[in-house]
Design a protein around this ligand. Structure first.
Ligand code: SF4
Ligand code: SF4
Length: 179
């Protein structure tokens, strides 16, 4: 097991702050189905390239926090956004926890509950404004026209519907990122 994992700070946990339903909520979210199968072997932590450079991210610890019911600590944390999706843990986990998908499930719940990091909020603002995360100006369309490529549309109503459905629009409003 990684030495870096062992160096994680220890904090006391108040039973009053725990939500015993949190693990069930995560298990119901697509991607989170196998979380309760984890037996804390630490294989994911040992192989994780993010943990090797950043102690604040530890997949095994995040899973234990979810199973304990530390809902607010997990959902409001920045570390749940650090998984690079490399899948190194995914194929090595002896319990088929599918950690990469699990991290996506936890992030989806976090967004629905209004915890979207400000950096992500900036990207969502661009999506809401332009329908993509890069602004396409008249310059790009002029270049496209010269090359015989159709002009890009700026129709964003469908994008807004998707963001609303995913709860992302509301999450960014709470973070003060709405227009
Ligand atoms: S490798 Fe799988 S079983 Fe082992 S700690 Fe990680 S998620 Fe749990
Ligand atoms: S998928 Fe995420 S948790 Fe798994 S090894 Fe890669 S960075 Fe770590």
């Amino acid at each position: 097991m990684s030495n870096k994992e062992d160096s994680a700070p220890e904090e006391s946990v108040s039973m009053d702050d725990l939500d015993p339903d949190f693990k069930h909520m995560v298990a119901k979210e697509p991607g989170g189905e196998n979380i309760k199968k984890c037996f804390a072997c630490g294989t994911c932590a040992a192989i994780c390239p993010v943990l090797s450079v950043n102690d604040s991210y530890n997949p095994r610890r995040i899973i234990r926090m979810v199973l304990l019911g530390m809902k607010e600590e997990v959902l409001s944390s920045e570390f749940i956004w650090l998984c690079s999706g490399c899948y190194s843990c995914y194929e090595r986990c002896p319990r088929d926890v599918k950690i990469t998908s699990l991290m996506g499930a936890i992030r989806n719940i976090a967004v629905r509950e209004g915890h979207l990091p400000k950096a992500m909020g900036a990207a969502v603002d661009l999506l809401k404004k332009f329908g993509r995360i890069l602004e396409v100006s008249e310059f790009e369309n002029t270049v496209r026209a010269k090359k015989g490529i159709p002009e890009l549309e700026f129709e964003i109503s469908e994008i807004k519907k998707v963001l609303n459905k995913a709860g992302i629009h509301e999450a960014t409003k709470e973070d003060g990122n709405d227009e």
